[in-house]
Design a protein around this ligand. Structure first.
Ligand code: FES
Length: 383
């Protein structure tokens, strides 16, 4: 029986009603079964699988897949569900610091769910990827983050025919998509235009050829070699038109130079706006005159003084100093590193992706923010 309080002139009426409520409660308690409450509920278990949080995973295999590219397969300690095209962070201690980077998953969603294994394919480039290439070996333990990012097919947002444009290690999310289409965990049509310099730079070619069928097609475009069975040159408007279906959305993953070139080609075809999506690239050093700055970092009740450099992001400066701070995409897109600016001048790279309220009330994303003066910021504690 629901008990209703009514507005009274004299508050003591509420006291009388409260007194009458006591026997009602006692009756309800007496009627209730004595069986203990369940320890967990299905919805909680599903939420745990959808958002497993950081987990420890053992590296179980390392495999060469192309020039300077390796696939690293991890045995997960928790179940994981993800959409083909998403990324996870992979972290490990390097020297004194814990370092992590986002990598697109190359294995299929069913492999994670049924075998408990997940693979990322990484090109030897940059600090952590270079370290992985030289040092990671089966048996090593890593920290794997939640599946993240929006670079996946969405039936509401995208047309059912997707033209994928991949360059270099940007092939990784598309390999995952091709595997997912084949196993039935994704349902859309993918025409993949895969550009590389030479045949030796193509990763997963044998498997992509094997997966090609009704819903998945692949075309290879080599810029530095002219071979039968391959297109030669770059992924131009002419090539896209030759292989694309009548109406399509475009998903691109590759280096910035490829995006700049593809923008011009797609504009010639009248394809743009919501029909074109690009996977963001991690931001590295910027090309400016080197200047040394002081960065003051507040994390909860502690204050740290960190050396910063005009060429590197605030996130890189904090990580180099051994501070444990949050990061995921490292491209300004996920908001995970969202921090409060207290003082200082800065520049943002890769396009300002902050919400309007964040820029208005002085919040920044250290992963894409470079110092232009001494700075003071307040950062959430990393996990
Ligand atoms: S790590 Fe994603 S916005 Fe900074």
């Amino acid at each position: 029986m629901a008990y209703k309080f009514r507005r009274q002139i004299f508050g003591f009426m509420d006291l009388l009603r409260f007194k009458r409520m006591v026997p009602v409660r006692e009756n309800k308690l007496a009627e209730a079964p004595a069986t203990p409450l369940p320890l967990t509920y299905r919805v909680n278990e599903t939420a745990k699988i959808l958002h497993p949080g950081l987990q420890t995973a053992e590296l179980v295999a390392v495999e060469d897949v192309a020039a300077d590219m390796k696939t690293y397969t991890f045995r997960l300690s928790k179940k994981m569900i993800f959409r083909a095209g998403q990324y996870v962070t992979v972290g490990h201690n390097v020297g004194e610091s814990f370092v992590s980077r986002p990598y697109a998953v190359s294995s299929s969603p069913f492999t994670a769910l049924r075998k408990g294994e997940l693979s990322v394919t990484v090109k030897k480039a940059g600090f952590f990827s270079g370290w992985l290439y030289e040092n990671a070996k089966p048996g090593d333990s890593f920290t794997i983050g939640d599946p993240s990012g929006f670079f996946f097919y969405d039936g509401v947002r995208d047309r059912s025919d997707i033209v994928g444009i991949a360059g270099g290690s940007g092939i990784t999310p598309f390999v995952c998509m091709a595997r997912a289409i084949a196993e039935g965990s994704e349902n859309f049509n993918l025409t993949l235009l895969y550009g590389a310099r030479t045949q030796a730079d193509l990763a997963f070619k044998a498997e992509l050829d094997r997966l090609a069928g009704n819903n998945f097609k692949v075309v290879y475009i080599l810029s530095d070699e002219n071979k039968p069975g391959y297109e030669n040159g770059f992924i131009t408007a002419e090539i896209i038109k030759k292989y694309a279906p009548e109406s399509y959305s475009v998903m691109l993953c590759g280096p910035q130079a490829m995006y700049d070139f593809a923008d011009k080609q797609l504009a010639q075809l009248g394809v743009g706006g919501k029909y074109v999506r690009k996977e963001a690239n991690c931001l590295g050093n910027r090309d400016v005159k080197p200047e040394k700055y002081n960065l003051t970092v507040h994390i909860r009740d502690e204050v740290f003084k960190v050396a910063a450099d005009s060429r590197e992001t605030l996130l890189a400066a904090m990580e180099r100093a051994g501070l444990k701070v949050p990061s995921k995409c490292r491209a300004g897109g996920c908001g995970y590193c969202h921090s409060r600016l207290i003082d200082g001048k800065f520049s943002i790279a890769g396009g300002d992706k902050r919400r309007l309220a964040d820029s208005k009330f002085g919040y920044i994303h250290p992963c894409c923010t470079y110092p232009d003066s001494d700075m003071e910021i307040e950062v959430p504690q990393g996990e």
